[in-house]
Ligand binder design. Structure first.
Ligand SMILES: NC(=O)c1ccc[n+]([C@@H]2O[C@H](COP(=O)([O-])OP(=O)(O)OC[C@H]3O[C@@H](n4cnc5c(N)ncnc54)[C@H](OP(=O)(O)O)[C@@H]3O)[C@@H](O)[C@H]2O)c1
Length: 169
């Protein structure tokens, strides 16, 4: 089976994904979706995203890309995105429980890997906001929408949002 390399990301209408090393919103339902989608998969993340989450995510393989950290309990650290991808591909080749590498951010990792992804799981958050980390522009001609689900703002979710699954054409 061919390996899926995906991005899972929540972005505003103006492509903001982060501010002050945090998420710019509270979207409890989207966090549940993130947990469901990523559980039992291999996750790749940048050092700042790891720090912003604060701990390795349970029931997932956590690979962190960093040149400044050498060891993290419960995660593996790689000096480059390519090293992390190589290790993740090897894990998928050797263990049939794994066939998807999920890149979960942040801006550096998303920019580095957009060209090699074959699936995007986007949470389009219906707001225009200030931020300091952005998701790159995607060319919609390269992607086909496979699924889309709308969620409404409520007491636990700051904005309306839509979760979309796109596959590379
Ligand atoms: N909305 C979302 O879905 C979402 C998802 C994830 C994160 N975020 C937000 O995004 C922000 C963090 O993103 P960010 O772009 O600032 O940082 P990031 O991509 O999470 O981490 C950047 C760090 O990762 C390491 N790194 C990245 N690319 C590397 C490479 N090619 N080679 C070696 N090391 C590399 C470096 O660590 P060293 O400095 O240690 O070398 C770099 O400083 C936060 O605000 C977070 O909340 C949002």
């Amino acid at each position: 089976m061919s390996i899926i390399i995906s991005h899972v990301v929540a972005l505003s209408n103006n492509n903001v994904i982060g501010v002050d090393n945090k998420l710019p919103w509270n979207l409890k339902t989207d966090l549940k979706h993130f947990k469901n989608y990523t559980t039992d998969k291999i996750l790749l993340m940048g050092r700042k995203t790891f720090e912003s989450i604060g701990k390795p995510l349970p029931n997932r393989i956590n690979y962190v890309v960093s040149t400044t950290m050498s060891e993290i309990e419960g995660a593996e650290v790689f000096k480059s995105t390519q090293d992390a991808l190589d290790a993740a591909n090897k894990k998928c080749a050797n263990d049939s429980n794994y066939n998807e590498i999920v890149i979960i951010g942040g801006g550096y990792l998303f920019r580095d890997t957009l060209g090699i992804t074959n699936k995007l799981v986007l949470t389009n958050v219906d707001c225009d906001i200030d931020g300091d980390v952005f998701y790159p522009d995607i060319n919609l001609n390269d992607w086909q929408e496979r699924n889309s689900e709308n969620f409404s703002k409520d007491a636990e979710n700051d904005y309306d949002f839509t979760v979309k699954v796109l596959e590379r054409i």
